[in-house]
Design a protein. Sequence first.
Length: 650
Amino acid sequence: MIRFIKNIFNKKKEDLGYTPIPEATRLQIIADACKQVSRGVFFSTVIIIASFLPVFLLTGQEGKLFGPLAYTKTFILVIDAILVLTLAPVLISYFMKGRFRSENENPVNRKLEAWYEPLITKCIHWRKTTLGVNILALLISVPMLWSLGREFMPPLDEGSILFMPVTLPDVSNGEAKRILQVQDKIIKSVPEVSYVLGKAGRAETATDNSPISMIETIILLKPKHEWRSGITKDDIINELNTKLQIPGVTNGWTQPIINRINMLSTGIRTDVGVKVYGQNLDTIDAFSQKIRSYLQGIEGVKDLYVEPITGGKYIDITIKRDEISRYNLSVDDVNTVVESALGGMQLTTTIEGRQRFSVNARYGQDFRDNLQDLKRLQVQTMDFGPIPLEAVADIGISEGPPMINSENALLRGTVLFNVRDRDLAGTVEEAREKLDVMIGQLPKGYFIEWSGQYENLIRSERTMKLIIPIVLIIIFLCMYFAFHSVREAFFSLISIPFALIGGAFMVYFWGVNLSVAVAVGFIALFGLAVETGIVMVIYLNDAMQQLVALKGNSRETITKEDLRTYVIAGAAKRLRPKLMTVCVSLFGLIPILWSTGVGSDVMIPIVLPMVGGVLTSSTHILLVTPLIFLMTKEYELKKYGKIEVLDAKH
């Protein structure tokens, strides 16, 4: 707005012979300028907000993470637009007084234009080469993007490690405690480990259904400057995994926060899980083991194991009805003895303040764990005195499910694995190709379903594919209503794919996988590219208005050389603000590329497309957009005998 008002003031002073502008005239100029700028401010704000529409519509984990970013940017833009139309004119009326220097008096601007004009002149002269290079770069960037791996979210380094080994389902409490102590001692022996906190079984809460066979150990690491030279977090995990090879224990490595998020959102405690649904636990387990064999050896698949749904040990006590009738006993008499000895019998209730606790009694753990002692358990009779329990009941050990998992009213088994050293989508797609052979062998009523981070990836990609075309249509309509010209709206929109070039190259050479974070970076880039493209088209149309005002609008008065001269002049007016926009973006974003703190893993993928895209977008808008605009005007002059000039009020 300030630049626009300065140009009007300078032109007005030329009309008045450089005499002072009356105060009333000065205020009227500011009011008229604000009125003309208001339309551009409105549509620019709408376009950038519309470009963030896919972020608003993200759900789940990605929506909670990036939603605040979209809302913050939207609120800033809305407030900024209001201040531009209300506060800025007041401040301008106070401070924009006296003599205004022209653009040519600025030495930096003169130097930039001295470099830019010969360059744009050569691009216009070698127009086919210029367009060919841009199109070739675009064609190269597309397969580069497709060749990148895909993942849901970039892995965030939480600074700690969660070790979740799983042992056999019939492990005893004492053995689980011993394994936990051995593991903690081995983990603490690694120099980079600061503290170790392990837990076996479940916590005293209704939301924790962990069996005794599942161990959780949180490993807190020392600050990185205290680590051995050249070692990384992955090296620490590999070293720990090598040392913790305990028979009967399957290791699992993750991080505390992402583990809880995965369990709450998908019910899977690893990166990926294959859920097997059916009606019979034995059949589900057989297919789960078969799936595990198919997945073994796939690159990227780590910590692979089958969630145990069989192998639990149970004590079965079957009452002999013929025998209890001989001793004049009932089924309830025998069950009462078993309940009091094994399950516990409530004796009384103790009161401590406002709290009440039941007091139960049962035999000790050593007695209950011994099958022979249970057989000798005494049952009191009226006529024969005490008799052993085995006289009236068959006592044995049978196998059954250690835990019954169900989902959507169907029994469920799960094959779990993490993905490391490879992208998530590539690993799962290779696994799915292998499992396609087995899916046809599933009996009726049995099916599999992929879950975990892959489930989130598919959901976010589906949202993006649905919303981005709608966003492009909204942006195109906004530009059409701003310009009242389909052609001019298309010129501004075409800058989006060319902004993709730099972003694709940056993401590719940085070695980052495509993820929701990268998509958010591209979305932010598209809004910036469209906005700057609009300003370039406005300046070029302003140059055409000056040309028509000077020479008229006909084939006889306007030559191709005139078009070329005024297009270069209009593009040169856009040079300094465009470079200022690029420099501000780069100065604000580039330092993030060298950040190493917590959260940099997510921020860098967002920034990479914006840094590379701003550079290629600037090149396209400064060199290619004027060329395409010139070719269009030459075509209009040749075919229609005049050029299309937008109304000044637009």
